[in-house]
Design a protein around this ligand. Structure first.
Ligand SMILES: Nc1ncnc2c1ncn2[C@@H]1O[C@H](COP(=O)(O)OP(=O)(O)O)[C@@H](O)[C@H]1O
Ligand SMILES: O=C(CO)[C@@H](O)[C@H](O)[C@H](O)[C@H](O)COP(=O)(O)O
Length: 481
């Protein structure tokens, strides 16, 4: 689906005195925005919008191993989302919360990162001296390259696609690439820096942990280790607490008033959890481009000093010094997207053009008619961080189970089964989990995935209406005073 705009019937944002917060999520596939307002009954999502970015770009330096995105395209999708909101709502926004795809890195030149221009509805910005975003899906750092790097002092293992690993890769393979830039951050740190005109980017501890070489206990980069190996320390953003304010906008933006507060950028996964988790006995399953299954760790939990690189579960910083235990899978909605793309390419080779959104609808409907499939699909097309070498496979192929419905059913089963192998039902039960909350648009739009979740994890599964990272980012900013 290319675009999706939704509005509730009333216009509470337009009511004077109403607190209205804009939440933005810069995801791997799409940009989402939501206007969330505080009412006596709680929060309401007054408007939401989603635009696919179609930002995939060739990597000149890393070739097929690279996974890069064009920042112009991401900002275009963001501008389109905001342009779709009514001006009278945007004029009431008093705070902005921004989240996005973690781990990735984008480089820019201070004071030249963007160009502001006046448009019909106020000021907007376009990217200026900015590199591609090298995303969390980037595969340029091989296992042998990673093991040649200094040992981080962090509870999280380093993996390909992590900002610091990517910077090391440029340093060793293409140092000239880094020369024009003096600032770096995740894509959402970049947007916050542009909106607040920050001299030096600010990054939340959530995103810093996702870059590697960050100690979550001391909330500091492994400066000494990095310095000794010649790492360009100037490219490391300053780190702040998730929920803190990064600054105020010196310009109006799409009609949002000048002076509006912008929060330090947050992790998309943590914001998805924030949008729905209400009890400490909740597990959250988020499926967007990637997939995560998570449970909150007990209050006061501190992760071990060193990571277990073979463990499928990692501890990600959440809010207020708390942690989430997470099975962060690299194989979520992107596996289905790869399948759809493969089908569309085959069809094109056979002389037929198909609309990908129609393929999703058809294949989901076909799989709904097949309760089961003997096909067994291990879906790890993109490997997993704890097992990068184990790629996807199909076994138990019988001639009777080759319909689109059988294959889609087996694929959806495989995605959920893979998450289960990383964080099994039994472990969730032992951790006191009572229900699973579903979030993310790859899950909410796919009835077959939902059925497989309910089969494989026999807990009550609840799919909220307005649960995603954009709403979570707005809620964080509503709640933090
Ligand atoms: N028409 C569709 N119907 C069902 N699922 C879809 C459709 N289009 C895309 N998807 C799924 O949604 C995923 C992207 O979800 P999205 O929430 O946009 O990701 P992100 O938050 O990572 O940007 C795709 O990888 C794909 O699996
Ligand atoms: O990279 C992964 C894979 O699950 C996670 O560690 C991370 O929290 C996020 O999923 C990434 O930020 C990507 O998010 P998304 O675009 O798939 O929603």
């Amino acid at each position: 689906m290319m675009a999706d705009n939704q509005a509730i019937g009333l216009s509470p944002c337009a009511t004077p005195g109403t607190v209205c917060v804009l939440g933005i999520d810069l995801g791997t596939t799409s940009v989402k925005a939501a206007l969330v307002i505080e009412t006596e009954q709680g929060q309401i999502v007054a408007q939401s919008c989603s635009r696919e970015t179609q930002a995939q770009a060739d990597s000149l330096a890393a070739g097929a191993q690279g996974m890069e995105q064009d920042v112009q395209r991401i900002i275009k999708a963001l501008n389109e989302c905001l342009a779709a909101f009514p001006q009278e709502h945007l004029q009431r926004v008093s705070r902005i919360g921004i989240s996005g795809q973690m781990h990735g890195v984008v480089f820019w030149k201070t004071n030249q990162g963007c160009k502001w221009a006046k448009s019909g509805t106020g000021h907007t910005f376009q990217p200026g001296e900015v590199s591609h975003l090298i995303t969390w899906q980037d595969g340029r750092c091989s296992s042998s390259f990673l093991s040649s790097l200094p040992q981080p002092q962090s509870h999280l293992s380093l993996a390909t696609g992590f900002g610091c690993a990517t910077i090391y890769w440029y340093l060793k393979n293409s140092p000239d690439f880094l020369k024009p830039y003096d600032a770096a951050g995740t894509i959402h740190d970049y947007v916050v820096a542009m909106l607040c005109d920050l001299e030096r980017p600010l990054m939340s501890a959530q995103n810093a942990a996702s870059w590697g070489y960050f100690n979550s206990r001391s909330k500091s980069w492994n400066t000494e280790i990095l310095r000794e190996s010649g790492f360009p320390l100037d490219l490391l953003p300053e780190v702040g607490d998730p929920g803190d304010i990064a600054g105020r906008m010196p310009h109006d933006w799409h009609g949002i008033p000048k002076g509006t507060e912008v929060g330090i950028a947050l992790g998309d996964f943590q914001c998805s959890v924030y949008s729905c988790m209400t009890e400490r006995t909740d597990a959250v399953l988020n499926i967007s481009t990637s997939a995560q299954l998570t449970v909150p760790m007990p209050l006061g939990f501190q992760p071990p000093e060193t990571p277990d690189s073979l463990s499928a579960v990692a501890y990600f910083p959440y809010f207020d010094g708390n942690y989430l235990a997470v099975a962060a899978s690299l194989n979520g909605g992107n596996v289905l997207a790869t399948f759809v793309d493969m089908l569309a390419r085959w069809m094109a080779e056979l002389g037929y053009e198909v609309l990908e959104s129609n393929v999703y609808t058809q294949m989901i409907n076909a799989a709904l008619a097949q309760n089961d499939s003997r096909l067994s699909i291990c879906p790890t097309v993109f490997g997993e961080r704890h097992m990068p070498e184990q790629l996807a496979s199909v076994t138990s192929i019988t001639a009777s189970d080759l319909s689109l419905g059988h294959v889609t059913r087996a694929l959806c089963h495989g995605i959920i089964q893979n998450l289960h192998s990383m964080l099994p039902f039994q472990h969730l039960k032992e951790a006191g989990v009572k229900r699973i909350l579903g979030s993310g648009s790859a899950l909410s739009r796919n009835e077959v995935l939902k059925q497989e979740v309910e089969k494989i994890f026999p807990f009550p599964v609840i799919y909220g209406k307005d649960v995603d990272a954009a709403v979570g980012a707005a809620m964080v900013m509503l709640h933090r005073r």
